[in-house]
Ligand binder design. Structure first.
Ligand code: HEC
Ligand code: HEC
Ligand code: HEC
Ligand code: HEC
Ligand code: HEC
Ligand code: HEC
Length: 399
């Protein structure tokens, strides 16, 4: 009885959706009121409170190459183009017959990323990822590697899915000199350059300096997915705002910020979160809620105490711009920021190293982990950038 019902429904829907009928997908394995293998609504609860569902920028960022990361429809085009960014950008920013830019294609009714942005369940019958291919015979799954803007290849398991969107939107080595000395409020990294940061690439790297990579890229299997989607064991632990399909490591539970450390503990025994030091808001404050209690290896920001890693990174960011007006970008000749901490929109001609320093400052901010994704690389970029803007800056603690 159940079997024939399922076949019946499949056939019925199949008339409307011919491709689906071919695949003979068992609808009830996901949609059954009894015996469904997957609690769809459970996953959905997390997704619905996630930034993907709630930030709402799909409608705004639906043209000029934005749509490949911001809209469901644009991402599917990008998938079809084999995750080839150059190809997508050529499509999204077309040249007309006269060689001048033609109007970019836009999506009239763009949607925020949803289940079928990342999964193709109605074609595959499962929850494989858009970045995955399953061998029809052996069922072995391979993860599509992602080539970042500067041609460095990201290969981090299921996290490749995240890296296909959470990446910088330019190559610092090319984009900074192309600026011809002009300061612009946004440089290379846009929002969400996490894949680049995790690998340890695409900062403005200064001549003669050496840069490190991250154990979090090399050692954490499935990279982003492991830390951001792991679920704690045991009941009543977290609200849907943390882990799983909320895609967050930290989120509020009972109106208090809590971190999900279930993925960290295998490597960092005893890690937990502690209340963060409150910083004065300069517009560049990242976290005023919690820090992970992992002590830094040195007093990087030179305030006299060795604090937790993220507090030290925030301390260094404050050396660039702060409310007291003492940041190097505020006190340099032709300041980039006003004494009050506002972008100065200076028309001065800057050196590549000065513009690179500014790009690095934004890069660490936009990565949004306060150096946690790749502590060594973030610290190195910050120290070298402070030195480029103020040659007297003490860089003896640079890792
Ligand atoms: C592997 C799991 C899976 C299977 C199998 C599956 N679906 Fe779905 N279906 C989903 C998910 C996930 C959603 C989106 C849920 C949401 O947003 O609420 C969905 C949504 C839908 C919707 C709502 C419309 C939409 O696009 O959001 C319909 C109708 C639907 N499925 C019909 C079917 C039919 C008919 C079959 C069998 C041919 C089927 N599904 C098989 C996972 C599945
Ligand atoms: C390579 C993928 C990618 C492209 C292309 C892209 N974005 Fe984004 N954008 C992101 C990601 C990822 C985030 C979320 C970052 C985060 O919050 O950490 C984001 C965030 C944003 C935000 C929210 C910023 C905030 O602080 O809340 C805006 C606004 C935005 N993008 C606009 C645009 C516009 C406009 C374009 C095109 C000119 C564009 N984006 C192109 C990936 C992209
Ligand atoms: C931004 C991308 C993204 C979106 C959006 C998304 N998922 Fe997922 N989903 C993932 C990733 C990544 C995994 C983990 C895959 C792994 O660990 O192999 C996953 C895993 C799953 C699994 C578990 C599959 C298994 O075999 O254990 C289910 C079920 C699922 N998602 C359902 C949903 C539903 C329902 C929605 C919409 C409400 C949704 N997903 C939206 C990325 C996404
Ligand atoms: C289709 C592109 C895409 C994929 C795939 C994707 N993201 Fe996103 N993500 C975005 C965009 C775009 C935003 C910002 C949404 C907006 O502003 O409307 C975002 C927002 C977020 C946010 C919220 C950030 C904030 O500042 O609140 C987190 C966390 C996040 N993504 C993590 C992940 C993780 C982890 C994965 C992989 C499992 C992933 N994302 C996969 C495009 C993507
Ligand atoms: C070693 C674990 C780890 C890995 C691997 C990792 N992250 Fe994170 N990520 C974190 C932690 C911890 C934070 C800081 C969370 C906080 O303090 O709110 C963070 C912050 C973020 C944020 C800002 C979150 C927010 O809610 O504002 C985004 C977006 C993000 N990561 C995306 C990614 C992406 C994309 C990848 C893979 C390219 C990745 N992360 C890899 C642990 C990790
Ligand atoms: C697979 C193992 C692994 C996992 C999982 C992992 N880490 Fe790490 N992490 C490392 C290693 C190895 C280092 C480098 C240790 C060192 O240099 O002292 C490191 C470094 C760090 C550092 C920087 C320490 C420093 O001073 O340079 C922080 C902070 C950190 N991890 C936090 C986290 C958090 C938070 C999570 C979970 C969200 C996490 N890690 C998950 C292995 C891991």
């Amino acid at each position: 009885m159940k079997k024939s019902l399922v076949t019946g429904i499949t056939l019925l829907i199949g008339l409307a959706l011919p491709a689906m009928a071919m695949a003979a997908i068992d609808c009830m394995s996901c949609h059954g009121s009894t015996g469904a293998k997957t609690p769809l609504h459970g996953y959905k609860v997390g997704y619905e409170v996630s930034g993907h569902a709630t930030h709402g920028n799909a409608r705004y960022a639906n043209a000029e190459g934005c749509q490949r990361c911001h809209t469901h429809e644009g991402y599917l085009q990008y998938v079809e183009m084999g995750f080839d960014t150059a190809k997508f950008d050529a499509f999204a920013l077309p040249k007309g017959a006269d060689g001048k830019p033609a109007p970019p294609p836009f999506i009239a009714y763009p949607s925020q990323p949803g289940c079928f942005t990342c999964h193709d369940s109605h074609t595959t019958g499962d929850f494989g990822l858009r970045t995955q291919k399953a061998d029809p015979k052996t069922k072995a799954v391979t993860n599509q590697k992602i080539t970042l803007y500067n041609k460095v290849v990201y290969d981090g398991g299921t996290g490749n899915l995240c890296a296909s969107c959470h990446q910088a939107r330019g190559d610092a080595k090319a984009a900074i000199p192309a600026g011809k000395g002009a300061l612009s409020p946004r440089v290379v990294h846009h929002h969400g350059p996490e894949a680049d940061m995790l690998v340890g690439t695409n900062g403005w790297e200064f001549a003669g300096k050496k840069y490190g990579s991250s154990p979090h890229y090399m050692m954490v299997k499935d990279t982003c997915v492991a830390c951001h989607m792991s679920q704690p064991k045991g009941r009543f632990s977290f609200s849907p705002k943390v882990g799983g399909h909320a895609f967050t490591v930290v989120g509020d539970v009972h109106e208090a910020e809590v971190a999900n450390v279930s993925s960290c503990v295998s490597c960092h025994k005893d890690v937990k979160t502690v209340a963060a030091k409150k910083y004065i808001d300069t517009g560049f404050v990242l976290r005023d809620t919690v820090y992970f209690n992992i002590k830094a290896k040195a007093d990087y920001d030179g305030d006299g105490t060795v604090e937790f890693v993220q507090a030290e990174v925030q301390g260094l960011l404050d050396k660039f711009v702060n409310k007291q007006g003492t940041g190097v970008m505020q006190t340099m000749a032709n300041p980039m920021f006003t004494k009050e901490g506002k972008f100065a929109n200076s028309k001065a001609v800057y050196t590549n190293d000065q513009l690179g320093a500014y790009a690095n400052f934004l890069y660490v901010i936009e990565d949004k982990s306060l150096g946690l994704h790749n502590t060594t690389y973030a610290l190195q970029l910050l120290f070298d950038s402070l030195q480029a803007l103020d040659p007297k800056f003490d860089v003896s603690k640079r890792p």
